[in-house]
Design a protein around this ligand. Structure first.
Ligand code: NAD
Ligand code: DAU
Length: 361
């Protein structure tokens, strides 16, 4: 019945466990940047939810991101790979809804080797969708997609924005693999009537972001007295959203979004990379001499800009934590205050990646 309801586009509530007032959310990738912030956000704002965090702990997954909630009776961590069909089938029997955000997430790494991107972001998503389809318990499935599925906007047309109807035109192997997962989710809704919703969000910032992404990379480099590697002419534009605003949007879509629908999520906070870099330098008390212009990223998308009027109009979501300079300052301060966290991350495999990407230095 519920699956028929989903096909008709009605919004079924996120299910509760039979005979209980509790809902168990299975979150994939909950040890990563957005995942850890989302798990914490749910436990803080939804007393009726339990969280089952499933993560294989790749280089970007880190249980240190979650030490403060380890002992929470509403939280459980399971180390498992989303490509493991047997493990996913077992876990689905404990889940009322799934928020799928496990992924290989870094564009530059996808340019070095796209294999794990295809395996996790496409094949892994298919395994999860089949596990939900066959489950006697799991209901709604939310796919955390990205604005990168839409490709790139020209710099010249300042009014152009991605809407949910913009044709998909991914440009990097990462974006193509996320588009593969996004389209599989669409197809499983269409073919099997599964209750699936999708979010496509712009660039996130905030605490616990792996320091290969531009903001924590630049801040931690500056703390270590290193220059910041700015790609190309620095004029590429991103739309920055605080991770907690993204978490709130995910919950809004999970709980009230219409089945089969896609919702764009953005901060209405466009900055080019040069502006971003100078803002960070200013907050760190440094000047333009710390910028090192380096070879551009191959196929570098010029501009992302999100039209988030659908989620605002239908679900009443708006960003409330992303305003600059305060939100950026708080984020910079978090990295300054948590040098032990990123100090442990910026070793071993990270150093090898850094040298390969930027050269010795
Ligand atoms: P992240 O790299 O910090 O975290 C990814 C997590 O997924 C890690 O904990 C990793 O261990 C886990 N993982 C990877 N492969 C796995 C596998 N095969 N099985 C189980 N776990 C696996 O990424 P993030 O920045 O937190 O992004 C989370 C999601 O949000 C991704 O799906 C990404 O595409 C999407 N997204 C990110 C942004 C952004 O700005 N960071 C914006 C929009 C959408
Ligand atoms: O738009 C959403 C996407 O945002 C997510 O889907 C991705 O998972 C997430 O990684 C992010 O992708 P970007 O490629 O935009 O993020 P990144 O932090 O890698 O780069 C942001 C901008 O900064 C981009 O224009 C490239 C530039 N950059 C990045 C690095 C790492 C530099 O100039 N120098 C750098 O060293």
């Amino acid at each position: 019945m519920e699956r028929d309801g989903a096909r008709m586009g009605r919004a079924p509530a996120v299910r509760k466990e039979k005979g209980s007032a509790m809902t168990t959310l299975l979150v994939t990738g909950g040890a990563g940047f957005i995942g850890a912030n989302f798990v914490r956000f749910v436990l803080r704002h939804r007393p009726g939810y339990r969280v089952l965090n499933v993560d294989s702990l790749t280089y970007s997954g880190n249980l240190e991101n979650l030490t403060d909630i380890e002992g929470d009776p509403r939280y459980r961590f399971v180390k498992a790979d989303i490509r493991d069909a047997g493990a996913m089938a077992t876990l689905m029997e404990e889940a009322d809804a799934v928020v799928h955000m496990a992924a290989e997430s870094h564009v530059d790494r996808s340019i070095m080797d796209s294999t794990p991107f295809v395996q996790t972001n496409i094949a892994g998503t298919q395994v999860l969708l089949d596990a939900v389809r066959k489950s006697s318990r799991a209901g709604r499935f939310l796919y955390v997609s990205t604005d990168e599925v839409y490709g790139s906007l020209p710099l010249e047309d300042k009014t152009a924005r991605f809407t949910e109807e913009t044709p998909l035109a991914p440009n990097s192997p990462y974006a193509a693999s996320k588009t593969g997962g996004d389209l599989l989710a669409r197809a499983y809704h269409h073919t099997f009537g599964m209750d699936i919703v999708t979010t496509r969000c712009s660039n996130n910032f905030g605490p616990y972001q792996f320091p290969e992404k531009v903001i924590p990379l630049f801040v931690t480099n500056l703390i270590e007295g290193r220059k910041v590697p700015l790609y190309g002419d620095g004029l590429n534009v991103r739309d920055w959203l605080h991770v907690d605003d993204h978490c709130e949007a995910i919950l809004a879509v999970l709980e009230r979004g219409r089945a089969g629908e896609v919702y764009n999520v953005g901060g209405n906070n466009e900055r080019n990379n040069l502006e971003l870099t100078h803002a960070i330098l200013g907050l760190m008390g440094r000047g333009g001499e710390m910028i090192e212009y380096v070879t551009d990223r191959p196929g570098h998308d010029r501009r992302y800009a999100i039209d988030a009027s659908k989620i605002a109009g239908e679900l009443g979501w708006r960003p409330t934590r992303s305003a600059w300079p305060d939100a950026l300052r708080d984020t910079v301060e978090w990295y300054k205050a948590n040098a032990a966290w990123w100090g442990r991350v910026r070793t071993g495999e990270y150093r090898r990646y850094y040298e390969r990407q930027y050269g010795p230095g």
